[in-house]
Write a new protein. Sequence first.
Length: 266
Amino acid sequence: MPIAHVNGGHIHYQIEGPAHAHGLVLSNSLGTNFAMWDAQMPELRKHFRVLRYDTRGHGQSEVTPGPYSFEQLGRDVLALADETDIGHFSFCGLSMGGVTGMWLGIHAGKRLHKLVLCSTGAKIGNDEIWDARIETVRKGGTKSIAAGAMERWFTQQFREREPQTVERIKHMVESTSTEGFIACCEALREADFRESISAIRTPTLVISGTHDSGTSPADGKFLAKQIAGARYVELDAAHLSNIEQRDRFTQEVSDFLRASSVSAAS
C-alpha cells in the first residue's frame, strides 16, 4: 500500500476507481483505519476516484508527536489530495472523520464538491469525557477501551447477528497506537465548530444513527440546521452506521454524491 510524506508525516493511503472520475475522500473514525469503508468500496469505486487513508496516528500512518489538531488533520487531507492529483473532491467522514470534514468545509470549501458528515457533531463530548478516556488509554492501552466501544458503536441486535464483523472492528481499535489514539482524542477535546459550522456552503448530507449515544441524532440535526441546504438522513443503527446499515448507508451516500448539486441541496 502507498505511503505519502505530506504535512510533516507519513500517511498510508489507497486509491481506487476510474482515473478520470470525480475524486472522493473517505475519512475513518477514531480507533479504526481505512478498512472500515470496505463495505462501501464496491459501489463507490464504480463512480468515483476513491481515496482512503489512515488518519495520522492510526493504522499504518505515522504516529507523529501529539497533540493533534483538526487544522493539522485537515491539511493532511489537502496535501494527500494534491499528492494523488485530486484537485477538487467530495469528502465523506464518520465521527472523527466527520470533524475533519467540518474543518475542510469551513476552511477549504473551494476544494470540495460535496460533503458527507456521518455520526458526528460540531462539539463531541466534553473535557471530562475526553480526559477520562485519555487517562484510561494511557494506563491500559487501546485494548482497555475496545470492548466498551463495541457496545456503543453497534446495537445489541447487530452484535448478536454479526459477531465476526464486530470482532474485526474491535481488533482495529486494539491495534491502534496508544499515542496516536490519545493525540486524536486531544484534537477532539478541543474541537468546537458550533459557532462556525454555518460558514459551510458546500452541498452537505448529514447521516445519524438512531441509537448512537456518542453523536446523537440531535447532534446531526443541529449540523443539518446550521448548514444551509443540508439534507438529513437517520439510519436504524448505532455509531458505525456505514457497517451496521451498510446497504442503506452506501445507497444514500452514492445517490447524494451522484445527484446534481441543486437537487442535493434542495
